[in-house]
Design a protein around this ligand. Sequence first.
Ligand SMILES: [Zn+2]
Length: 153
Amino acid sequence: MSRRRPGRRPASPAAPVPAADPAASDPAAPCPCGLPASYAACCARYHRGPSPAPTAEALMRSRYSAFAVRDREYLLRTWHPGTRPARLDLDPGTRWRRLEVLSTTGGSPFHTEGTVAFRAHCTERGRPGVLEEHSRFVRHEGAWVYLDALGAP
Ligand SMILES: [Zn+2]
């Protein structure tokens, strides 16, 4: 995902700041990416483990989960060095709620490029928001990384 913010800016900064996804503090919680597994058995393997995501979709899901648990380091590590921002600020007022993967092209262990179209649902200080993106992924030094966005699907 890019740094593009979904929805509008909040009208009132006084609204309570939501906590990160429960998986941020409990690895046994359901994985934020929506696959039927615990965070520990799903995206945490890529966030914390030595093995990279095997497909572009797995990387995209793990990056969504990284937004949900606010793992800034993983987001930067899986961003292509040519497009990676110098720094990444995660809005503490945004809580990521649900991910829908709409379509994919390429991106398998046998490809070097792939795209994933998705819809990510969030709340921004209580207001519902949605981010749609058609993301492009490439292999960099053997591992899938996020390159850029092609635009809304
Ligand atoms: Zn996951």
